[in-house]
Write a protein that binds this ligand. Structure first.
Ligand code: NI
Length: 264
């Protein structure tokens, strides 16, 4: 019996929370059809770890970069040079996660976040790599930054998208893909349901962001890439298409974004 293949476009599977059952986890993923996944860095050490994990596991790619919560750790030219060097490794298919997060009061200043984002956007352009964006409570500024870099954008993914359909359309016009995580499975997430139903088929992606953001019906537990099937199920329901079709179209889109050959 074969199950449809799934691509988890954003996870932190190298996290120590998976150390105890890593082997079982990969067996569960294979059983659920999760044959491909992207391991995402948030600063230098986790970026290196993402590459090494992807190298050691078939079907995996990596993204490297400084996410907004770690923007204070970014040392400018020195770190850009390290990311550029690592980007030569074949596993590295994107810069990320990068972006803006105004949700947490303890986060680096907005000015620092915007500077670190802008410098990495320019690096992505130089390297010709797409970006994985983390945006929380900061969509107007994010759209403004992207518009400023309009002639230097490389495409990519709005990870764990959390905005309205109107906001999604701004990102779609700028050429980005919309990726849905656990929240799209929540009953009261009407805005996300609308966006998941209306998003053009060639721009829709799924992810877990594990170990965070567990979807229904496993909400509150440690999340894992296996559970991306719950996202695919919900997307299928919201779009009124069979599960196999939701799996196929999101996997095809993910392969295209990350520059991988399509599965049969
Ligand atoms: Ni993440």
């Amino acid at each position: 019996m074969s199950v449809p293949e799934l691509f988890d476009t954003h996870c932190h599977i190298d996290d120590s929370r998976f150390d105890a059952d890593r082997e079982d986890l990969h067996a569960r993923m294979a059983e659920a059809g999760v044959t491909r996944f992207a391991v995402i860095g948030t600063e230098l050490a986790s970026s290196r770890s993402a590459i090494d994990y992807a190298r050691a596991h078939g079907g995996a790619v990596a993204a490297v970069g400084f996410y907004p919560g770690d923007a204070d750790a970014f040392r400018g030219a020195e770190d850009l040079a390290a990311l550029a060097e690592w980007a030569k490794e074949p596993e590295v298919r994107a810069l990320g996660e990068i972006g803006l997060d105004y949700h947490w009061p303890d986060n680096p200043s907005r000015e620092t976040q915007r500077r670190v984002l802008s410098e990495q956007l320019e690096l992505a352009w130089e390297l010709g790599l797409p970006c994985c964006f983390h945006v929380r409570d900061a969509h107007p500024d994010m759209i403004e930054v992207l518009r400023k870099h309009r002639t230097h954008l490389t495409g990519g993914i709005m990870h764990c998208f959390s905005g309205s359909w109107e906001t999604a359309q701004e990102y779609l016009r700028l050429g980005y893909h919309i990726s849905f995580a656990g929240p799209v499975t929540f009953r009261n997430a009407r805005k996300l349901h609308e966006t998941a139903a209306k998003c053009p088929a060639e721009r829709i992606l799924i992810e877990t962001d594990s170990p965070y953001m567990a979807p229904e019906p496993v909400r509150g537990r440690r999340n894992e890439p296996t559970f991306v099937r719950h996202i695919a199920e919900r997307i299928a329901e919201l779009r009124g298409i069979p599960y196999g079709e939701a799996a196929a179209l999101t996997t095809r889109n993910a392969c295209r974004v990350y520059g991988l050959p399509f599965p049969e």
